[in-house]
Design a protein around this ligand. Structure first.
Ligand code: NAG
Ligand code: NAG
Ligand code: NAG
Ligand code: NAG
Length: 530
């Protein structure tokens, strides 16, 4: 797994699909805007960097999808070389000089140009404030941490992993303090994934969710109307036919344009943007499960739509980039949860899918099955829509407490078990399916977990927007795609924060009640709650 601090490559682990996002950059043509030659000098440097990132993305995709296994040695060299060149270009002192000079002339730039300068400054500072020593220390701990995690998980040995965790917390605090000593370390880390938020703000939102979801999960568990999906599970679904269906749904529902993208198979599904005209997604199809493959495809196609619709006018520029990981996740979850997992989708598509596979399950069973709650599941990546946020909240609380010193590393297995019991009514039998289950902490990702649930919240708020919800009822996918392009995708990072983006798009800042209402009404109807 490869990742740099500044979202050159971000790997997301979702439902049971994974995603890789690579910033897309390409050729920049400035039609109008400022005539400040320093600004153009800066954009030219950024454009060249973006070309290297495009090359890097193709190598990454090839490695995941096409490369013969024995190519891995040479590929590691290719990627290391490019990464070295990229680092050199990204920390070029010339960028710093141009930024300093442009910062005194921001008033002469338009909103996108000014944002471009500010965002480039943020990236540049985060790269250059780190000493070479510290950067090497981080890289070393990354690979050591990952390998130790793999071994510890395999052998169910938390004690082996604990020193890695202790070192990571100390190192990330040191790095955060260099980047911005005036802010809380955890907040500085969050900024990489969800710019403009704070641990306290997320804590407030998650507290509301917890209050609502714990009793709702318990009520669904007690319900006498459990979902019986046996007619769905007893069939075998040809993966060739599934692929045909995946291509049709990606194109006719999510608007995936096969002249600008590919759909392939890989062990860990992902989406990767090489350019706005070249976006690759993968899926995973299994002959015993029709719904999981469809969910992966639609999820990744949702991510791809964001990358394809980034604003071409700012090609290769920092401002063109997606605003954050949480909003990126909202774009995949919107299509997966609010379209594919909604009743209107099944009204329209059930007859076609039934014909294709000779489906035995009824339309109602298809809708209920895709939303089925699995109470006894301990594993986050396998969790359903209703229990998923509780897995995330548990991790967010633990990592924030590790950073604010309220708990220490050795207590984690105990705290994990207690909270699983309290939030979900289940307890892991060992650490491998408890505190050791996720890759994130071993590789130093702190502040990433909350974005999965923030993404779900943004998606629900967008879906609840009166204009959008009308189109969802009518299965009017084109209108939805156009709205998302105009209000989310093409904005790139011009709003600087996700909070401003969602406010501009929906007229309101992030409000968890849309997500809560969505879950309450859906699960009350499926599980026949009072
Ligand atoms: C730049 O182009 C936009 C439309 O693309 C136009 O509204 C604006 O007036 C132009 N500005 C200049 C300075 O030419
Ligand atoms: C942990 O427990 C699960 C289920 O109880 C079991 O399948 C798994 O093999 C155990 N892992 C280890 C490493 O003991
Ligand atoms: C289903 O897939 C599994 C695993 O790939 C394979 O072993 C099995 O033969 C397949 N079954 C059918 C009926 O195609
Ligand atoms: C530490 O983090 C937890 C989890 O977010 C929070 O509930 C608690 O108030 C924080 N404590 C301090 C002292 O900041």
């Amino acid at each position: 797994m490869i990742r740099t601090l500044f979202c050159l490559i971000v790997i997301l682990f979702i439902v049971n699909c994974e995603q890789v996002i690579v910033d897309e950059h390409g050729i920049f043509e400035l039609k109008n805007g400022t005539d400040n030659h320093k600004y153009h000098e800066l954009t030219e440097i950024l454009r060249k960097i973006s070309i290297l990132r495009g090359i890097n993305a193709v190598l990454e995709w090839d490695q995941q999808v096409m490369m013969p296994t024995k190519g891995s040695g040479a590929r590691a060299e290719h990627l290391a070389e490019i990464s070295g060149i990229l680092h050199e270009r990204e920390t070029d002192p010339k960028i710093g000089e141009l930024l300093t000079s442009l910062e005194s002339e921001l008033h002469t730039l338009d909103a996108y140009e000014a944002a471009n300068v500010k965002l480039t400054r943020k990236d540049y500072d985060r790269k250059t404030k780190l000493s070479k020593d510290l950067a090497e220390k981080r890289a070393k701990l990354s690979s050591e941490g990952f390998n130790t995690w793999v071994e510890a998980r395999k052998t169910n040995n938390f004690e082996m992993f604990a020193p890695i965790l202790t070192q990571w917390v100390a190192l990330q605090k040191e790095i955060a303090n260099l980047i911005d000593p005036s802010r809380d370390a955890y907040d500085v880390l969050l900024d990489d994934y969800e710019p403009g938020t704070s641990g306290q703000e997320i804590d407030n939102i998650f507290s509301q969710l917890k209050t609502e979801l714990i009793p709702l999960v318990a009520a669904v568990r007690r319900s006498n109307s459990q979902v019986d999906d046996s007619t769905l599970l007893e069939q075998v679904y040809s993966t060739k036919t599934q692929e045909e269906l995946s291509r049709k749904i990606a194109s006719e529902v999510v608007g995936f344009d096969f002249s600008k993208g590919r759909l392939d198979s890989s062990a860990h599904p992902f989406s990767l943007g090489v350019d706005t005209d070249d976006v690759r997604i993968t899926t995973r199809l299994r002959n015993n499960s029709l719904l999981s493959g469809l969910r992966c495809t639609v999820h990744e196609a949702g991510h791809a739509l964001y990358e394809v619709n980034l604003n071409k006018k700012y090609k290769g520029q920092t401002v063109q980039r997606y605003i954050g990981v949480a909003i990126h996740e909202s774009q995949s979850l919107f299509w997966e949860r609010h379209i594919l997992m909604g009743t209107h989708f099944w009204d329209k598509w059930y007859p076609h899918i039934k014909d294709l596979f000779g489906l035995k399950a009824s339309k109602e069973i298809m809708f209920k099955s895709v939303n089925k709650v699995n109470f006894d599941n301990l594993i986050r990546v396998e969790a359903d829509e209703l229990t998923y946020p509780l897995h995330v909240i548990l991790r967010f609380e633990i990592e924030r407490e590790l950073f604010n010193g309220t708990i220490n590393v050795n207590e984690l297995p105990k705290i994990w078990g207690e909270r699983m019991e309290k939030y979900l009514g289940i307890k892991p039998s060992n650490d491998s399916n408890g505190v050791l289950q996720d890759v994130h902490w071993g590789s130093g990702y702190f502040g990433y977990f909350p974005t999965y649930t923030l993404g779900a919240l943004y998606a629900a708020q967008i879906a609840a927007h009166p204009t959008i919800s009308g189109w969802v009822r009518e299965n009017d996918y084109n209108s939805i795609i156009n709205w998302l392009r105009d209000n989310v995708h093409s904005k790139g990072s011009v709003t600087m924060t996700s909070e401003q983006l969602i406010k501009d798009a929906t007229g309101e800042k992030l409000n968890p009640s849309y997500f809560i209402n969505h879950l309450r009404s859906k699960y009350k109807s499926i599980y026949d709650l009072e």
